[in-house]
Design a binder for this molecule. Structure first.
Ligand SMILES: *[C@@H]1O[C@H](CO)[C@@H](O)[C@H](O)[C@H]1NC(C)=O
Ligand SMILES: *[C@@H]1O[C@H](CO)[C@@H](O)[C@H](O)[C@H]1NC(C)=O
Ligand SMILES: *[C@@H]1O[C@H](CO)[C@@H](O)[C@H](O)[C@H]1NC(C)=O
Length: 443
């Protein structure tokens, strides 16, 4: 058959066009849709009957939202079906509403007070008002915190009356969601529970919950406390005025209705893995063998790294019934980052006595001293100072990190005795055997 010339051209053009469309199709399908599908199928979230019964509440202030919230949204919150965010300023981030913790205050507690300067300023000027020195006053944000506590509880119960558990965390707290669900499922949520990490103020007898670690309240605990407060509103206002921090206020308000804090150390943890001594003993327990439910004081990049590690770990052990322990975090995230020496770095835990003055002369002499003592595992040197320890901790860079002695010793070099790591890990692992397989603190 003879095909006319013109028609041949049309066929050629059609073929080219078809090829182009095909190429475009493959190009487009390799773009967003495919990567979204990939990432969500890569997401490990626990399947637990309690998942929908736990209401997570994130407490924040307008001054830290932009720095700290996005990482939550990209990591742990992807697995949490019910969460609410409370701040001192109502706004929304990526379509997630951030509620004003104080919006119900006039009806709950009476007229506003002088410490509401920051709040009122934000109400008038919005986020743009953050540029002024007034709102950068962190003392004022902290003072406001205790006034936010009770109105937040009211609002949470109003928005989510049916949850069994209400878990409160700060925006720099990391929640190990699978462990939180596993832990809470061991308590009877029909009873009033206040599960937290005990804290002291130095030698002060006042006990309270370490808010950095977060805490869990069962629904009956919140209801009992709020009922009591609405009956004794005047007394409560004076309680708020007399206590200086939200955490102490909470502890006291629950104690007033007969709900004692249940100390869950070391599940709820106020320190980040980098700042934590994994052998720190409290109430006869060390973190190492137990499961972390939270880590407090986490920088955004630390939370991102822990999320990546946790996701990998959960996927690797999926279906095995294994529970992530503090020791897994130490072995996976801390240990690989302990080099022989690190300049401009503070490893933070020094607990051994030392007498040799020569050690103060140089980093090398400080190391020699540490290596000469059988139990020394890490040390830190700054001009004229050598500190040694039998702990193993990572710590932070001295420039912007947590640093006890920043003012006296700006140039700290930390060192670790790497050859002693295996013995430490082995000893710590062996210490878990006396738990007899009981890994959860419930009594
Ligand atoms: C905030 O302050 C900076 C300078 O400190 C200024 O350049 C900027 O325009 C201010 N922004 C607002 C919203 O006022
Ligand atoms: C910060 O706020 C507190 C209480 O609201 C106030 O006493 C203090 O003077 C303020 N500090 C500065 C530097 O403005
Ligand atoms: C951990 O701390 C306890 C004391 O609290 C101590 O007896 C034990 O030797 C320490 N473990 C290691 C491996 O240093």
């Amino acid at each position: 058959m003879i095909v006319p010339l013109g028609c041949n051209w049309v066929v050629k053009i059609l073929i080219v066009l078809a090829c182009c469309l095909l190429a475009l199709y493959f190009f487009l399908s390799s773009l967003p849709t495919s990567s979204i599908r990939l990432s969500s199928s890569n997401l490990y979230c626990p399947i637990s009957p309690l998942s929908n019964d736990v209401q997570l509440i994130l407490k924040t202030t307008a001054t830290e939202v932009l720095e700290n919230l996005p990482v939550h949204l990209e990591t742990t919150l992807r697995c949490v079906p019910n969460y609410l965010i409370y701040s001192d300023h109502a706004e929304s981030l990526a379509d997630i509403p951030i509620h004003d913790a104080l919006s119900s205050l006039p009806t709950v507690l009476g007229s506003p007070r002088p410490e509401f300067a920051l709040y009122n300023h934000l109400r008038t000027h919005g986020r743009a008002g953050l540029n002024t020195t007034l709102t950068l006053n962190t003392t004022s944000a902290a003072t406001l915190e205790k006034w936010k506590t009770i109105p937040t509880l009211h609002d949470v119960l109003h928005r989510r009356p049916t949850a069994k558990w209400y878990v409160f965390i700060d925006l720099d707290t990391y929640i190990v969601w699978p462990n939180l669900l596993a832990y809470l499922s061991r308590f009877d949520a029909r009873k009033p529970w206040y599960i937290a990490n005990r804290a002291h103020l130095g030698n002060h007898p006042q006990v309270f919950a370490n808010g950095d670690a977060g805490y869990a309240l069962s629904a009956p605990a919140i209801r009992k406390m709020l009922a009591h407060i609405s009956l004794h509103r005047k007394n409560f206002e004076s309680l708020i005025e007399s206590e200086w921090a939200a955490d102490i206020l909470m502890y006291q308000a629950l104690k007033d209705v007969g709900i004692e804090m249940f100390s869950s150390y070391p599940h709820f943890q106020g320190d980040a893995p980098a700042g934590l001594n994994f052998n720190a003993t409290q109430i006869g327990r060390q973190p190492w063998c137990y499961a972390p439910v939270s880590y407090g004081n986490m920088r955004p990049e630390e939370r991102r790294a822990l999320w990546k590690f946790e996701q990998g770990w959960q996927r690797r052990w999926e279906g095995s019934g294994a529970v992530l322990r503090h020791r897994d975090v130490f072995k996976g995230l801390v240990l690989p980052r302990l080099p022989a020496a690190r300049r401009g770095w503070d490893n933070m835990w020094w607990n051994l006595e030392r007498e040799e003055q020569e050690a103060w002369f140089s980093f090398t002499q400080c190391r020699t001293l540490c290596e000469s003592l059988a139990k020394c595992r890490q040390f830190a040197y700054a001009v004229g100072k050598c500190e040694i320890s039998d702990e193993l901790t990572l710590g932070y860079e001295t420039v912007k990190g947590v640093n006890w002695l920043k003012s006296q010793m700006p140039d700290v070099t930390s060192g670790w005795v790497v050859k002693r790591f295996p013995e430490y890990v082995k000893k710590m692992d062996l210490s878990c055997e006396r738990h007899g397989g009981n890994d959860w603190v419930t009594t």
